[in-house]
Write a protein that binds this ligand. Structure first.
Ligand code: GUN
Ligand code: ZN
Length: 442
């Protein structure tokens, strides 16, 4: 791949925005992104890029568009794509009635392959270029997802779900087979191309002590492998965990007991954490995936961003589809803003974009590779169409960039805004030019 240059407005964050100190150096009204062999050479004002262009550099200009780093989904379930928007009840009922039956079907490797392809194409369409993904208990389902990500050269972390109790037999493993399958998958996939592995106990409730212990052993035997699970999402869940692990003072203590709370751990939700749990998370460096659409859909609760910030806990966004109601990180920003309003601690536009980009990269310990356009980073980026709908076009004509404009995008945006998605400098999704209804050509 030779050098390529892209010209449009451009926004990225070089650091976490601090209250009262926005990182404005990352906004360029007439901006440019210069890349070579899939890696960023420079991002900034077009005037500073232009002198670096030789005659052989291909320049693509996008009018009425904004280039941003690819979005990062720090918690999503690929086998749940087919049961998104299943009604009713809270977490435990929802798992029993919809989720577990849907995941049982993934013993069929053909279904897993076809669903993995569909799922990843949907991520790209929604502007997600990196994800930390729950698969199912089936080794073949994880293989299908990794193969599909490899074919797209996508940065993706996943793992076989570990669950050996309190779930239907069809989606249970044993502590020993879970360990063996995970080990084989780590050897085959971790560090290959842009892929990484996460040891993935579903949650404390569905793993025996022996299984959690072997999960901790997998982490210590394989440095750099992530840990991905759920934590403190729902009150009923928390009280069951308390009954199952009477010697642990709280939910986080279960994961700590088995060596699962590490700087490479990502816990989804963390809606109901005590002050002590927040402080311990801050000390151990584990991250939380904030999943607003899911937490609202299942009635789980309102995430406390202020406690995360106070305790220096890394946070990224998770869509948590299928409990989450959209794969769009823009829609996720919209719901996160409303949650933060209910918490009387409203998130600003820069914070919302940080959670979807650099914050997510930090949560996944991938900020040396992705999250912004610092030179040397992988060129995963999006072209957002600032005239995607008549309403967006009209509203944006009345905003002041960057903060007001980014805020309006966060509240009004969705997959319709994503005009083009690039992975490591290669275009992998382009919105069809027609916004009109499909017609049969008659
Ligand atoms: N806790 C355990 N499993 C799940 C799941 O599949 N989705 C959500 N939202 N929470 C969980
Ligand atoms: Zn989840």
């Amino acid at each position: 791949m030779a050098r390529q240059a892209y010209r449009a407005s451009l926004f990225h964050l070089l650091e976490e925005p601090q209250p009262g100190r926005p990182a404005l150096e990352g906004w360029f009204e007439d901006g440019g992104l210069l890349i070579e062999d899939g890696v960023v050479l420079e991002a900034g004002a077009w005037d500073s890029i232009a002198p670096r262009l030789t005659r052989e550099v291909a320049v693509t200009r996008y009018p009425d568009a904004l280039i941003v780093p690819g979005f990062i989904d720090a918690h999503v379930h690929f086998p749940q794509i087919d049961m998104i928007a299943s009604p009713g009840a809270q977490l435990m009922d929802w798992l029993t009635h919809y989720t577990y039956p849907a995941e049982e079907r993934f013993s069929d490797a053909g279904l897993a392959r076809q669903t993995a392809d569909f799922f990843l194409d949907q991520l790209l369409r929604h502007g997600t270029t990196t994800a930390l993904v729950f698969a199912t208990v089936h080794k073949t389902a994880v293989e299908a997802l990794f193969e599909s990500a490899l074919a797209r050269n996508m940065r993706l972390i996943s793992g076989k779900v570990l669950m050996d109790r309190n779930a239907p037999a069809g989606i249970c493993d044993t502590a020993e087979t879970g360990y063996q399958d995970s080990r084989a998958l780590i050897r085959a996939w971790h560090g290959r191309a842009r892929l990484g592995y996460a040891v993935t106990p579903r949650f404390a409730l569905t793993s025996s002590e022996r299984q959690l212990e072997l999960g901790g052993r997998l982490l210590s035997e394989n440095p750099g492998v992530r840990l991905h699970t759920h934590l403190a999402e729902n009150h009923e869940e928390i009280s069951i965990v308390r009954r199952l692990f009477p010697d642990c003072a709280d939910y986080l203590a279960v994961y700590e007991k088995f060596g699962l709370a590490t700087p490479h751990s990502v816990f989804a939700h963390g809606v109901h954490l005590s002050d002590g749990e927040w402080q311990r998370l801050g000390r151990c460096g584990s991250a939380i995936a904030f999943c607003p659409t899911s937490n609202l859909f299942l009635g789980s609760g309102l995430f406390d961003s202020a406690s995360a910030r106070r305790n220096h806990v890394p946070v990224g966004f998770g869509t948590d589809v299928g409990a989450g109601t959209s794969l769009s990180l823009l829609q996720t920003m919209n719901e996160a803003y409303k949650v933060s309003q209910m918490r009387k601690s409203p998130l600003g536009a820069f914070e919302l974009f940080h959670l979807a980009t650099l914050g997510g990269a930090k949560a996944l310990k991938l900020d040396r590779q992705i999250g912004n356009f610092a030179p040397g980073k992988e060129a995963d980026f999006l072209v957002l169409d600032l005239k995607a709908t008549p309403l967006i076009a009209r509203r944006l004509a009345r905003t002041k960039p960057p903060e007001e404009l980014l805020f309006a995008l966060a509240i009004l945006g969705d997959d319709r805004m994503v005009a083009e998605t690039f992975l490591a400098g290669r275009s992998v999704y382009k919105k069809s030019p027609s916004n009109g209804p499909p017609h049969d050509g008659a």
